[in-house]
Design a protein around this ligand. Structure first.
Ligand code: FAD
Length: 519
């Protein structure tokens, strides 16, 4: 009998074993769905990227001889949800078997498994064949509620997949080169930053469709989308990265600059980062293809790419990316409710406009609204840090991150945001809260020089808000962090202050929190 195979928008893996054989008995379905456009308020470029990539993927499957039904929002508007659409298609096409690949999001995985329970036809579910670890391996690496550590997992992964290893030992005799990395960009470095490779994918029809169906979005878009939406583009971005960015990837991984954007130059927003996250998360590229290409470039570079650079990159993909996925699945659905620090404040409205006098935040948010992108340190140490020290409700922080970034899908967004950045999981994903004062921003960026606030001051009217908020946060969660070896030292500095000084800092912090919308 005829089989319907569902392909979700983030399952665009052309290498999946589904496609090795062609059959007239198999109908592939790729559908734009209203339910996917409104489970959070998405950046408009993010929806454009997914819809454009889905269309291209459908076309590619068709040209390869498969039977494919590509449905737009216009075609699916009468169906309130994915199950309703599928029920209709199963009837209309006389389907005897329903198959799908395991969704990476809890929301969709639950929806589809419940749908299958009610089906009168048979059904089956497949692995996505995308990650290093197959879905059914996760349980042996990750346990619910357990505090897992990246470093331990990462070393295991290196060994198991034989990545940058020699005779069972890490290449270069060291697992971690962080001390060689993490430089600030000096003025002379700015001229070297490569112009990012961008694309110009026509998305005018998608934008019109979003308007027609009154999809609420955020951020800016024009008719030309700069993100890669097919395998050829994704691969050329990967090649570009290996050639132009990988040689300095680790070195400037944590650096930030506002200078280039102010000069009207487009080079400052992604620096030496790969911008491959959308292509990888949509499964257009597999993590293995990316890692193998980067290692090949390293090996052929005759020393131009140092071990510290490639190790830093590999760590993000076989380490962090696989790690947060394991944490997500071991702890969902409970993870989405965790609020360990009991943060309840509302996200200030300027997160949706970028209109704040704090230059680091204004820059990170404006850039996110413009490009649907910010790099890791902007997400963790600028926007994330502000939310952490200001005590913003993690539900609101999650919703913002889940919407705004081109690569935001819950399985990867949530452990990073709620866990790593907001410490709302109480340390399941990370060993400390990534709280920082303005001094960290000063160390890693050129923002503070021209900021309306003074990073060297804490209690004055023009003092950097992050300073007082940081101390307020540390004081408030004293019992939590004073015994943590990674934060213990901070308290000795706080305790050295006189009672009067402490009160002045806390008073300033309270003033800032009371006027959070005006910062
Ligand atoms: P690069 O710096 O070039 O890194 C290469 C690749 O490594 C990335 O493409 C990504 O696949 C992977 N990677 C790097 N860091 C991480 C990480 N911490 N977790 C998982 N994968 C990682 N990443 C997402 O893909 N989706 C998200 O929704 C997301 N939300 C985040 C929220 C917060 C608060 C923080 C701190 C980080 C978040 N990240 C998320 C991780 C990281 O910031 C992005 O993967 C990265 O910025 C994407 O840009 P890039 O491709 O240029 O990355």
């Amino acid at each position: 009998s005829k089989q319907l195979r569902l392909i979700l928008g983030d399952q665009l893996n052309a290498g999946h074993s589904w496609y090795t054989e062609k059959s007239d008995e198999v109908l592939y379905v790729i559908a734009e769905l209203y339910q996917e456009t409104n489970y959070t308020r998405h950046h408009v470029q993010k929806i454009c990227a997914f819809f454009a990539a889905m269309k291209t993927f459908a076309q590619a499957l068709k040209s390869a001889g498969h039977h494919v039904l590509h449905l737009t929002l216009d075609d699916t508007q009468d169906f309130a949800s994915l199950p309703e659409l599928l029920t209709h298609l199963i009837r209309e096409h006389n389907i005897g078997h329903f198959a799908y690949q395991l969704p990476d999001e809890y929301r969709l995985r639950t929806q589809l498994s419940q749908f299958c329970d009610t089906l009168s036809v048979t059904s089956s579910v497949y692995d996505t064949e995308h990650f290093y670890l197959a879905n059914d391996q996760l349980g042996s690496y990750f346990k619910p509620d357990k505090r897992h550590r990246l470093e331990h997992f990462y070393r295991k992964m290196r060994g198991e997949f034989n990545v940058l290893m020699v005779d069972g030992e890490p290449l270069g005799g060291q697992w971690n080169f962080d001390s060689d990395n993490r430089n600030k960009l000096k003025a002379a470095d700015l001229a070297e930053i490569p112009e990012p490779l961008v694309f110009a994918n026509e998305v005018g029809d998608i934008l019109a469709r979003l308007k027609r169906h009154q999809v609420k979005t955020m951020g800016q878009a024009d008719e030309h989308l700069l993100w890669p939406v097919n395998r050829v583009q994704a691969k050329s971005l990967l090649t570009f990265f290996c050639q132009h960015c990988l040689p300095s990837f680790g070195r400037f991984q944590d650096a930030m600059t506002g200078k280039l954007i102010e000069l009207g130059e487009d080079r400052g927003w992604s620096l030496y980062h790969s911008r491959l996250s959308f292509a990888i998360n949509a499964k257009i590229l597999s993590p293995k293809v990316v890692v193998d290409a980067a290692i090949a470039a390293f090996e052929q570079s005759q020393g131009a790419i140092s071990l510290a650079q490639i190790e830093g990159f590999v760590r993000q993909i076989i380490g962090w990316r696989e790690f947060v996925r394991g944490i997500y699945w071991a702890n969902m659905p409970k993870y989405a409710e965790l609020n360990h620090l009991q943060a309840t404040r509302s996200l200030p409205a300027w997160f949706w406009t970028g209109e704040t006098k704090m230059r680091c935040l204004s820059h990170a948010i404006t850039q996110s609204l413009t490009f649907a992108y910010a790099h890791h340190i902007q997400r963790l140490m600028v926007t994330g840090n502000f939310c952490l020290v200001a005590g913003i409700d993690p539900d609101q922080v999650d919703a913002w991150y889940l919407g705004i970034y081109i690569d935001a899908i819950e399985w990867v967004e949530m452990p990073n945001t709620r866990g790593m950045s907001q410490f709302a999981d109480g340390g399941i994903v990370g060993s400390k809260a990534y709280a920082a004062s303005g001094n960290y921003i000063k160390k890693m960026s050129d923002y503070c020089g021209d900021c309306a606030y003074k990073v060297t001051e804490t209690v004055s009217e023009s003092a950097c808000p992050l300073n007082a908020l940081y101390w307020h946060f540390m004081q408030q969660h004293h019992t939590q962090f004073a015994s943590n070896p990674r934060t213990k030292m901070v308290y000795s500095n706080w305790l050295k202050k006189s009672e009067e000084d402490k009160q002045a800092v806390l008073k300033r912090a309270q003033y800032l929190l009371d006027h959070i919308e005006q910062l």
